[in-house]
Design a binder for this molecule. Sequence first.
Ligand SMILES: NC(=O)c1ccc[n+]([C@@H]2O[C@H](COP(=O)([O-])OP(=O)(O)OC[C@H]3O[C@@H](n4cnc5c(N)ncnc54)[C@H](OP(=O)(O)O)[C@@H]3O)[C@@H](O)[C@H]2O)c1
Length: 289
Amino acid sequence: MPPADKSASTFKLGGRIVNRLGYGAMQLAGPRVFGPPKDRDSAVGVLRAAVASGVNHIDTSDYYGPHVTNQIIHEALHPYPEGLVIVTKVGARRGPDGSWHPAFSRAELTQAVHDNLRHLGVEALDVVNLRSMFDIHHPAEGSLEAPLTALADLKRQGLVRHIGLSNVTRAQIAQGRQICAIDCVQNQYNLVQRADDALIDELAREGIAYVPFFPLGGFTPLQSSTLTEVAGRLGATPMQVALAWLLRRSANILLIPGTSSAAHLRENLSAGALELPATELSALNGIAA
Ligand SMILES: NC(=O)c1ccc[n+]([C@@H]2O[C@H](COP(=O)([O-])OP(=O)(O)OC[C@H]3O[C@@H](n4cnc5c(N)ncnc54)[C@H](OP(=O)(O)O)[C@@H]3O)[C@@H](O)[C@H]2O)c1
């Protein structure tokens, strides 16, 4: 496949064309992604503002809250506008104290798909990522054959339209592609965390979307004097520059920055218009080194 244009504003996901600037809904649950948010009306408002501004790709999971984030998405946006792609993920469950545990059995995955369907209020899920949990924080080797086969069966039943993988290694992606079509990969990646550099380029050649989680650093927001200096010279914020850099990094990168703030949402969505001159790009490329 010829390399796609990095300045393009769209890419394919879930069998549709989506804007590369999407929205990650994890920040809409309570502290530590557990329980309800402080201000539910504001969470509903952020989602509506995102869609009104052209976002047609929302990332979520029923284990955010748990259930809370999907219920807020339903309240804010159902019936969903034509063309909106909602991507969810399965493979984990929450303990009563908010802890995260693997939930990889066929029964747990089936339950998770049905929970997502019910809370989002849809008959089929656009895209479901299987979230690997061999190591909760990083991709770690381990067979995904059994859980992915179970998910592929749910796809055959018509409950899932497309399947993706999250927190995975190159070997797991190769294994997954033997079992079913893999629509997207969602791993941690940003200006500073660049372990997936080669993988992104490989997926781009295959036309597979790469959706970095923690694009702004997640729970530890990105901090770099170079980033701050570049942002100052461009009259932008560091977060806008971090997002603009990701858009320029590869045409198959789709962004899902998370925010509970309408002001941050506006700031993040305008990153698509930010030009990065070659000198600034090379300064930014040096941050991870
Ligand atoms: N597959 C996985 O394992 C996995 C793991 C984690 C996340 N995700 C997905 O990835 C999405 C993105 O990750 P994330 O939300 O954890 O991290 P992120 O997008 O890297 O950063 C979110 C953090 O940055 C802050 N923020 C956002 N915009 C900002 C701005 N313009 N200026 C200053 N601060 C800003 C947010 O606070 P405010 O709310 O105050 O703006 C929040 O604390 C999630 O929503 C989720 O859908 C997937």
